[in-house]
Design a protein. Structure first.
Length: 240
């Protein structure tokens, strides 16, 4: 049963498959939902355009959710891009680093995102912060782990003297189950919306169209890990 104290949520919404699924779940649970994105100089900045289309399509196709969907916010986080020497902010190949982490890891990204999200939620009267991080289908990012999320929830609640709930709907499910969750929430219409309008590809590829949406050619050596996960998850979802 939903906690009556939790009536309004802020969704970290990039416009990708995961955050769109999280947004749909939040809209099915809460009375008021606002969205937040970050412009940090990412190579796949096209996601910031795609997310506006996704929001418009959700309002058009799901009128029962449209009335709950509140303001959308975009924060300029250019400084994060300036200090992040990684493949998400630089034109370099995707590879593993000596640390054991992929070079798509942006140090401090999710920690900063959640801190700014909490500051916004504080001012907007939003009790829940929703993010699409997970431990099941992830690239080893330490700031996506459940322990990190729990620690951030405590730190932000104490530091702002406001009891926040950080909700992670995808934490323990894989990409195929994420597709299934979208179907459970919004049927074929939501799955089709995610396929056609969301953006996941780290290279910003909106040219190559696959059954699972736009992104890298997966047989290419330059294919990004995000498309690899999305494509394999789609195949598993369709086979189940």
């Amino acid at each position: 049963m939903q906690n009556k104290l939790h009536t309004a949520a802020l969704v970290l919404f990039s416009g990708g498959q995961d955050s769109t699924t999280c947004l749909a779940q939040a809209l099915s649970k809460y009375d008021r939902v606002e969205t937040l994105a970050f412009d940090y100089g990412q190579r796949h900045r096209v996601e910031l355009d795609c997310r506006l289309t996704v929001l418009a399509e959700i309002k058009r196709q799901f009128p029962e959710w449209a009335s709950k969907l509140g303001d959308d916010h975009v924060f300029d986080m250019a400084l994060l891009g300036q200090i992040s020497d990684c493949s998400l902010t630089r034109d370099v190949a995707f590879e593993m680093e000596a640390s054991g982490l992929p070079n798509t890891f942006v140090p401090g990204r999710n920690l900063l995102f959640l801190t700014f999200a909490a500051a916004l939620a504080y001012r907007r009267g939003l009790q829940v912060i929703v993010t699409g991080v997970c431990e099941t289908d992830f690239s080893g990012y330490p700031d996506c782990r459940d322990d990190t999320m729990k620690a951030m929830q405590i730190a932000l609640s104490l530091g702002m003297d406001k009891r926040f709930l950080i909700e992670t709907p995808l934490m323990w499910i894989d990409k195929a189950q994420t597709w299934q969750l979208a179907e459970d929430l919004g049927g074929k219409a939501l799955v089709d919306l995610i396929v056609e309008h969301t953006h996941t590809c780290y290279l910003g590829d909106r040219v190559h169209r696959h059954d699972w949406g736009y992104g890298c050619e997966l047989d290419a050596k330059t294919a990004c890990p995000a498309c690899d996960l999305r494509g394999k998850g789609w195949d598993k979802y369709k086979a189940s």
